[in-house]
Ligand binder design. Structure first.
Ligand SMILES: [Zn+2]
Length: 212
């Protein structure tokens, strides 16, 4: 859905705008437009991730840098945060390498409801056991309050648990088993999943993803 909205935004005068990976510059800390001196190839950087904020600063999605630059060039977005000291050059213009951009107009996004599924529970919990924190053991989904005790299938009652912890806990509540959860399980929203799109999170994004 977001992909289509973004395509609509970038559909128009794409015309002569194109980017080459050899046009990425490292300015050694300087980040103004005229700072670049020597160019050297940096393949792959144009696949770097950029956080897109809606006009009201709400985080919307993560796109590759190419798409973000297209939005900037078309005046559909403004630069909020740049990567330190790096420039990207398209045709004859150079600009700071974007890290966060903000759309100039508010886009109403009908976010899809995230369905309650095993896969989404594991994604929400970062594929990490919520009792012991390990990620290297086979994972299961555990009912915090067991079904036999009236526990429901809900975002608040299902967590990712390794086989070992799940067996150890058995048919008991966390209190009875003296096993505490690393964090309170909650219904995820689209921001939760933005965090998972990228492996390591750009420090600059954290305030916008409400992680500070
Ligand atoms: Zn565990």
């Amino acid at each position: 859905m977001f992909g289509r909205l973004l395509r609509n935004l970038t559909k128009r005068p794409l015309g002569r705008i194109f980017f080459t990976t050899s046009n990425v510059f490292d300015t050694g800390g300087k980040s103004n437009f005229s700072a670049y001196r020597s160019a050297y190839g940096c393949p792959g950087r144009l696949n770097a991730k950029v956080l897109i904020l809606n006009q009201n600063y709400e985080p919307m999605s993560v796109v590759n840098v190419k798409k973000a630059i297209t939005l900037l060039f078309l005046g559909k977005a403004e630069l909020i945060e740049a990567q330190n000291g790096q420039l990207v050059r398209a045709v004859s213009v150079a600009m700071p390498f974007p890290s966060i951009v903000r759309l100039s107009v508010f886009v109403k996004v009908p976010y899809k409801k995230i369905i309650l599924s095993r896969k989404n529970i594991l994604r929400r919990d970062g594929h990490r056991c919520q009792y012991c924190g390990r990620a290297d053991l086979p994972l299961t989904v555990d009912h915090v309050i067991p079904v036999s005790r009236g526990g429901e299938d809900s975002w608040e009652n299902l967590v990712c648990a390794c086989v070992r912890c799940n067996n150890k806990k058995g048919d008991r509540t966390p209190d009875e088993a003296m096993m505490s959860l690393r964090r309170k399980p909650m219904r995820p929203n689209h921001v939760t999943f933005i965090r998972h799109v990228v492996g390591s999170l750009d420090e600059r994004w954290k305030p916008y993803l409400f992680l500070n």
